[in-house]
Design a protein around this ligand. Structure first.
Ligand SMILES: NC(=O)c1ccc[n+]([C@@H]2O[C@H](COP(=O)([O-])OP(=O)(O)OC[C@H]3O[C@@H](n4cnc5c(N)ncnc54)[C@H](O)[C@@H]3O)[C@@H](O)[C@H]2O)c1
Length: 408
């Protein structure tokens, strides 16, 4: 097994210690169902061909068709794609969605591509995985560095390969081809919504909290906006180039506008945000941000993971010992997958509920899962990571047992 996946699956050992009945499902989840690796070729604007490795990991389909984002990243690899597919499996179980977990990636530096080349990249991903991506088998959606425009190109690619259910095989699409308005910013808004609903359990007054947000992309920006709108003070924001800080609070809209113009005036390097004194630190950038080497530097009361696998298992233990509570990724970044589920339902049902109905379904689903986590946490001395994994594993275990997958 590869290192990243091994570490992620290794976290399940604590879950089995808490509930030994889960040992069979832990074993079943230790390897992906399938990881498909293919070569993808695009024609650059100067005429030369560029080849790239592309993956689709269908980690587990106990609960239904697999679902997961597609990222374009120079650092993408099979191990990371599998780890993220594993986390998607747990997330769908915790949220009680009828999906298994998946993830896709293309190993490429997307920032180097022109708009035309980028369209071709997403379109080609759709073509190359047209035999896999179907609404009843595996459904793609946006992820790091991919947007609704990439999803539109992916739908076009599926269609080129006579995939007649292309719109149902991709969510996060623009609204004019079957996307839903609710999807925009759903991950960051969902993180804020859950934090607000669990604030009493966390011992936080979120509306008067001082908050730092690492990452100013789709998720971090939406979270920072919600925090500001609720009256919290966003004292720091960062991206890959540096950190902004103002003790009296940043003007989030102004920061995001200035970032769009490429004109930000950073006061610290990108890593500085990790150790700034704050009530809530929101990690909304990349995986593996907090490890054993910097977990002792954190100066926050509560750390919230929007980025998948932002905190390593050993860092989790350090934070636990320091009484710093962690809001785990599989709950706190689930606003996007729930919105994607509602978009997929539009294709399944052939009709769109009103925005208001969709908002209600979205918030109900998040609230139910937040309450499930809080109830399970009572068994786990308030450890939300353990509670989230315990709930998810029990759900998957019940299905596996009902399907007769384990020897009695
Ligand atoms: N957007 C979603 O719907 C969604 C859903 C679930 C999980 N996530 C996870 O949340 C994270 C962010 O997703 P996104 O969609 O906002 O991605 P994005 O690509 O839109 O934005 C990522 C942001 O992180 C910043 N960044 C990169 N390296 C950094 C560093 N070292 N320090 C500070 N900032 C850094 C980038 O500059 C950018 O602002 C990813 O890990 C993603 O997997 C996103």
């Amino acid at each position: 097994m590869s290192q990243l996946l091994e570490q992620a699956v290794g976290r399940l050992d604590r879950v089995v210690d808490a509930d030994p009945d889960l040992k069979d499902i832990r074993k079943l989840l230790s390897l992906p169902h399938e990881v498909i690796e293919r070569e993808l070729t695009i024609r650059r604007d100067d005429g030369h061909r560029q080849h790239a490795r592309a993956w689709r990991c269908r980690y587990n389909n106990l609960k239904g068709p697999t679902k997961g984002g597609v990222r374009f990243a120079a650092s993408a690899n099979s191990d990371d794609v599998s780890r993220l597919g594993f986390l998607m499996t747990l997330k769908c179980a915790l949220l009680d969605l009828p999906f298994g977990g998946a993830k896709g990636a293309v190993q490429i530096e997307a920032d180097d591509l022109t708009d035309k080349e980028r369209y071709q990249l997403a379109e080609t991903y759709g073509e190359v995985f047209a035999d896999v991506l179907r609404p009843d088998n595996d459904i793609a959606m946006p992820d790091t560095a991919t947007t609704c425009h990439d999803m539109e190109a992916m739908v076009a690619g599926l269609r080129h390969r006579a995939n007649g259910m292309a719109r149902g095989a991709v969510t996060g699409k623009p609204e004019d081809i079957g996307g839903i308005a609710l999807r925009k910013g759903a991950t960051g808004r969902g993180a804020w919504y859950i934090l607000d609903k669990l604030s009493d359990d966390a011992g936080l007054d979120v509306c008067s909290a001082r908050i730092s947000v690492q990452g100013m992309g789709k998720a971090g920006a939406a979270f920072a906006r919600c925090a500001r709108e609720a009256g919290a003070t966003v004292i720091a924001m960062s991206d890959s180039s540096g950190t902004l800080f103002d003790e009296d609070g940043l003007d989030v809209e102004q920061v995001l506008r200035t970032k769009a113009d490429g004109d930000l005036d950073y006061v610290e390097d990108a890593d500085a945000i990790i150790s700034l004194p704050t009530d809530i630190l929101c990690l909304a950038a990349v995986s593996d941000t907090v490890s054993e080497s910097n977990a002792t530097e954190l100066n926050a009361q509560f750390v919230l993971e929007i980025a998948n696998a932002a905190i390593s298992a050993s860092a989790d233990e350090i934070l636990r010992n320091r009484d710093i509570r962690v809001g785990p990724d599989i709950l706190f970044n689930s606003g996007g997958i729930v919105a994607s589920y509602l978009e997929w339902l539009v294709f399944q049902k052939g009709r769109t509920d009103s925005r208001q109905e969709q908002e209600m379904q979205w918030s109900d689903r998040l609230l139910t899962s937040a309450h499930s986590l809080a109830a399970t946490a009572e068994e786990c001395e308030g450890d939300w990571r353990l509670a989230a994994y315990l709930y998810a594993l029990r759900d998957l275990n019940a299905i596996a047992v009902a399907q007769g997958l384990f020897d009695s």
